[in-house]
Write a protein that binds this ligand. Structure first.
Ligand code: ADP
Length: 639
């Protein structure tokens, strides 16, 4: 295309927001109204990120400063115009950046997020907080927002002006802009004029942003000493000393909390935190936080994780969550500041650098210590931690063999001796309650808590008062495939392999037979015929030492994958290793008694199949031909 043919772009273009962006905006404005001052923290946080990024670029080439390296954030009000402006001389944005960053709420979870909203305002506000509100929180207080920006290093004419009233559209045009960086101008709603008040603004800035690492300036009127005339001057409002560089003794809880919110964009307080300085041959500081609630996409296996900011000598380098935190600690947030890494450290270098390896180990250890300390000191908080992140921490058992002994005591389970569904039994407590002669830690995995708690496999354990851990998180079956023992005691699934409890536990003499110790064995001939009736659906039919009440149950081999997990994989279209379970029969059950006495071959076969199908059903399985099952049971009932 020749120059002459090229059509000039119109000066101003209007674009529609994605439908989802509109929806999120609408909700946010509505449900965060009582929390609306957070917009200021979000804008300051964005500005400070932009300054961090410019400083990082300047390490390689300080011409990006364009002669202006006094990095700062300015906050300015205009009472007549009703505007509040947050300005930074950071990295700025070009047109594409603006379209991509401000024109969409481009988060992978947006749809899922919207689907989870309930209409209950409080619950929704909470979810929105987890989602992260960012720049868009401006529209809670402003009915029009103008952004003026230019990317540092670009020519003056490459400036961009963006504007929207937060309805369906935004306008974007090119402007000439002499300075680099971004200026966000909020045209405040009448109901938000309190944010024009100088004193009010100053107290918000100190509350939210005292310890970000850049000066935040506002204008102050000063009297000229010579002439006596009033004039205005930009003055620092905040302390501008990065929080983690201060001694612990000088930092209050509230400061730690507000720094967390600035760092994580979380609306809620963190659960707990740990701040450590290491000095010696290598010096670094870590400030680590555990959030109060899990972010929405915590369970996704994506690897573009953020949340741990790496600084070198107070200069922000990059988000290095992926390099410095293992996957199973992906909920940890915070800052690492090293005095010894080179300023030009790259992601690749971080992966293999010996020093960053040390820092990574330290971050893991400190995180686990923080979790451990919370478990020890504060039961209630730990319960909240466990509810939010327990299932993620369990991945560490598989992922981080080296720290398994630190992780194992942090695990909590539901148990036959715990309080219902609550996961509050730890392995040490289990160990203390083990019965005389009991050598293994018993557990069962199932699809959900009820399936675990009601499983026939527990019958003999209940009778004998032997505790069984009830596991129903998705990761449990996977974790247990790698988790073989705790403090020398092996784990044993009550649903797999042989169980021999003879001599274990306190049993009342008259119930010994019930408990399976001396229960009569079923005649081998009967077992063989039952197995023939079931064909290759089972590997074996045998007398059960597990059952006291139910007639039958399915038992897998020690190394086989639990049936609920097999089903899950099958549904996901994955290949499932071929496994054939054993069928166990309870000799003291009347139905099994009937089987033993049955002389008619057709009826014998029918009964065998019913016993097998019942066992499958009580595992939560489904039958290939449910109607046939119903026919068989009805035949039995009416006979
Ligand atoms: P978040 O900060 O959580 O990514 P925001 O909606 O607040 O979400 O901002 C979206 C993106 O817009 C930022 O990631 C950043 O790339 C860009 N951005 C926002 N504010 C600024 C700013 N002051 N300077 C440069 N870029 C900015």
């Amino acid at each position: 295309m020749s120059e002459a043919q090229a059509t000039e772009k119109p000066a101003t273009e209007t674009h529609k927001f994605q439908a989802e962006t509109r929806q999120v905006l609408h909700l946010m404005i509505h449900s965060l109204y009582s929390n609306r001052e957070i917009f200021l923290r979000e804008l300051i946080s964005n500005a400070s990120d932009a300054l961090d990024r410019l400083r990082f670029q300047a390490i390689k080439d300080d011409s990006v400063y364009e002669g202006d390296s006094d990095l700062s954030i300015e906050i300015e009000t205009d009472g007549d115009a009703g505007t509040l402006t947050v300005r930074d001389n950071g990295i700025g944005m070009n047109r594409d950046d603006v379209m991509e960053n401000i024109g969409t709420i481009a988060r992978s979870g947006t749809r899922a997020f919207l689907d989870r909203l309930s209409g209950d305002e409080q619950a929704d506000a909470h979810l929105i907080g987890q989602f992260g509100v960012g720049f868009y929180s401006s529209f809670i207080v402003a009915d029009r927002v103008t952004v003026l920006t230019r990317r540092a290093g670009d020519e003056e004419a490459a400036g961009v002006r963006w504007e929207s009233d937060g309805g369906g559209e935004y306008a974007i045009e090119r402007i000439a802009r002499a300075v680099h960086g971004t200026e966000v101008i909020l045209h405040l709603k009448d109901s938000a004029r309190e944010f024009l008040d100088d004193w009010n603004l100053r107290s918000l800035v100190t509350r939210y942003s005292d310890h970000i690492g850049f000066p935040i300036r506002m204008q102050e009127s000063v009297k000229d000493e010579e002439s006596g005339e009033e004039r205005t001057e930009w003055k620092d409002v905040n302390k501008a000393s990065a929080l983690w560089t201060l001694p612990k003794s000088e930092i209050g809880d509230e400061e730690y909390q507000s720094f967390y919110k600035y760092l994580s964009h979380d609306l809620d307080d963190p659960l707990c935190w740990a701040h450590n300085k290491v000095e010696g041959t290598q010096s670094y500081t870590t400030l680590l936080y555990i959030p109060g609630t899990a972010p929405m996409d915590l369970m996704l296996q994506r690897d573009e994780r953020t949340g741990l900011r790496l600084y070198v000598k107070r200069v922000f380098i990059m988000d290095a969550a992926q390099q410095l935190l293992p996957h199973y600690l992906r909920f940890v947030r915070g800052v690492v500041d090293s005095d010894d890494l080179p300023l030009n450290v790259s992601r690749e270098l971080l992966q293999e650098n010996e020093l960053s390896g040390k820092i990574r180990s330290a971050v893991i250890r400190r995180s686990l210590d923080l979790i451990g300390k919370t478990a020890q000191d504060d039961h209630e908080t730990y319960e909240r931690f466990w509810t939010e992140f327990g299932a993620v921490l369990k991945e560490g058992i598989v992922e981080d063999f080296g720290n398994r002994e630190r992780i194992a005591p942090l695990l909590r389970f539901a148990s036959t001796q715990g309080e219902g569904e609550r996961q509050d039994v730890d392995l040490a407590a289990y160990g203390e309650r083990m019965q005389e002669g009991q050598e293994a830690i018993y557990y069962i995995t199932a699809e959900n808590y009820r399936a675990a708690a009601n499983s026939p496999h527990l019958e003999v354990f209940r009778k004998k008062g032997i505790e069984v851990l009830l596991m129903s998180d998705r990761v449990d079956e996977w974790m247990m495939a790698y988790f073989h023992d705790f403090e020398g005691k092996p784990f044993k699934s009550v649903a797999k392999g042989d169980i021999d409890l003879a001599g274990v536990g306190a049993v009342e003499p008259e119930t010994a037979a019930d408990a399976g110790d001396d229960s009569p064995a079923i005649d081998d001939e009967v077992l063989k015929r039952a197995q023939e009736a079931l064909g290759d659906q089972v590997s074996e039919v045998r007398t059960s030492r597990r059952l006291t009440d139910s007639a039958s149950c399915i038992v897998l081999g020690d190394q086989e994958m639990a049936l609920h997990l097999q089903r899950l994989l099958e549904q996901a279209g994955q290949e499932v290793p071929d496994s054939r379970p054993a069928l166990e029969l309870n000799p003291s059950h009347p139905l099994v008694g009937r089987l033993v006495r049955e002389s008619d071959p057709a009826r014998f076969e029918e009964l065998s199949v019913v016993l097998f199908e019942q066992a499958l059903l009580s595992e939560g399985g489904s039958l290939e031909d449910p109607a046939a099952f119903v026919r068989r049971v009805n035949a039995l009932l009416t006979r």
